[in-house]
Write a protein that binds this ligand. Sequence first.
Ligand code: CA
Length: 223
Amino acid sequence: MRLLIVEDEARLAENIARSLRETAAYAVDVAADGEAGLNAIESNPYDAVILDLMLPKLDGMQVLERVRQSGRRTPILVLTARDDKESVIALLNAGADDYLTKPFDLGELLARAKALVRRGKGQASAALTIDDLQVNTADRTVSRNGRAITLTAMEYRVLEYLAHRPGAVVSKKELLEHLYDYNWEKFSNVIEVYISGLRRKLDDGSSRKLIHTLRNQGYVLRA
Ligand code: CA
């Protein structure tokens, strides 16, 4: 998954980014003002955006309104200093999916961001089940038919993305765009390596293969 943080307080932005990268294994981009944030949202397929309200150039409300006016459904969580009823109603009506009042607990932000990501993909639970495969995104554990499977960080990222979209054909480009930050192009030859690692750990010894390759189209996770 790939998230964008739009926040002008550099230290706060860095804290959130580090937590999302280390605890949730997300790829994270940071924009330091509303204009840069809007540009980033318009040019990248983020799985969720964390948007501060008080920003230079364009404020968070303007960014939110422009994103929704352009028809984009990118899940957006707004960080706000105000929690009076009128402000919250205005935010939700402008198209925010969730909000958190400053100061907030980093653990709560993380849990809300994860919930936002999975709802954006049509998943309700943190525990994803595909046939006899279980992917628990809350604690990042994977098991198949009750057998615990140890994955590398990148193998997990690939699997988590596929598990959020079971049965869908996911192209290599889509994986790259959602698993890496700005520099994704230089990683274009490594996806096959992660897929073959996943296949070895998930499918070997099982009569039902779960990871399928569709030539020139991409990968599908299904029984
Ligand atoms: Ca701010």
